[in-house]
Design a binder for this molecule. Structure first.
Ligand code: HEC
Length: 281
């Protein structure tokens, strides 16, 4: 039961129909256990943000929004029950690794998403949004430049700083204090990206933009790595590289010094078709 090629916003309802074996959905599937909003929020952060975004707004045309006015979960037409939503998540998500969640985890995620969409009542909605990482970031407002990301919209250039070994997170195997995909940098295709890697750690570290697979060393775009990426930039030193992403998609920002990515030293680069750059830590 594959969902490949479906229009994103219709995916949930179609998925539910598929789950109901093609008839008008009857949903005789056994009930899922009661979900925990708090645990669902935590799991969402580690497992779902990479595609659906830290605030649940997704990426237009690529990953459907799960939270907010345009989400299928809120739209009246589709209106899945919490149990149906849990079933969908259990069967199909996370996209690249379906079947990896327990029924309890799927329930927790459904409870969280229901709550975050205000379908459990206002008090819970507020509580769930409080749990959302960076929930205060406006959905469609200006991007969030920070000390790690600045850009020039007119020139279509963006400057990213990756501080390797920024702090003790993941025993120092982090960029800007984040690893295991948690930092999500979004850049529109066709913009010129300059990355400065500054190594504050005690070991050599590097950075490269590679295809989105564990331990991939396949460069996603020409030039998208520091020189001598497997040797790394020496502690206390800085290196720079520039590339222009041409294809929308999800990629990894990885340290290619052997063993470092396995210890968590990778983050996420999303290339989107349009919009402005942003960073979410
Ligand atoms: C690798 C990217 C990726 C990850 C990670 C991911 N999803 Fe999805 N999700 C998608 C895509 C793409 C779709 C659109 C339907 C499809 O292609 O299967 C989708 C659809 C959905 C839908 C249906 C929404 C609609 O409007 O049709 C729900 C609900 C959902 N995902 C929940 C989750 C949850 C919960 C997690 C975390 C456990 C998760 N997803 C992780 C990519 C992802």
């Amino acid at each position: 039961m594959r969902m490949r090629g479906m229009v994103a916003t219709g995916a949930l309802v179609v998925g539910l129909l598929v789950a109901g074996c093609g008839q008008a959905p009857t949903f005789s599937a056994p009930s899922f256990p009661t979900g925990s909003i708090v645990q669902g929020a935590a799991l969402y952060k580690t497992t779902c943000t990479v595609c659906h975004g830290a605030t649940g707004l997704g990426v237009p045309g690529v990953y459907p929004p799960l939270i907010g006015a345009t989400s299928s979960i809120r739209l009246k037409g589709l209106n899945p029950t919490q149990n149906q939503l849990a079933q969908f998540i259990y069967d199909y998500m996370p996209k690249l690794n379906p079947g990896s969640l327990t029924r309890q985890q799927a329930s927790n995620l459904a409870a969280f998403l229901f709550s975050a969409n205000g379908r459990n009542g206002k008090a819970e909605e507020t509580a769930a949004l409080g749990l959302l990482p960076k929930a205060t970031a406006p959905s469609t407002g200006p991007a969030t430049p920070s000390k790690f990301l600045t850009y020039q919209a007119a020139a279509k250039t963006v400057a990213i700083t990756l501080v390797a070994g920024y702090n003790s997170a993941l025993s120092g195997f982090n960029f800007n204090g984040e690893g295991k995909g948690a930092m999500v940098i979004t850049v529109p295709a066709g913009w010129k990206v300059t990355v400065t890697v500054s190594n504050k750690g005690l070991l050599p570290h590097s950075a490269a933009i590679v295809t989105n697979a564990a331990n991939s060393t396949t460069l996603a775009f020409p030039g998208a790595e520091v020189p001598n990426a497997t040797t790394g930039v020496a502690p206390g030193s800085t290196a720079t590289f520039t590339f222009t992403p041409t294809k929308a998609g999800t990629y990894r920002i990885a340290c290619l010094v052997p063993g470092h990515e396995q210890l968590g030293m990778w983050d996420t680069l999303r290339v989107v078709a349009s919009g402005t750059p942003s960073i979410s830590l």
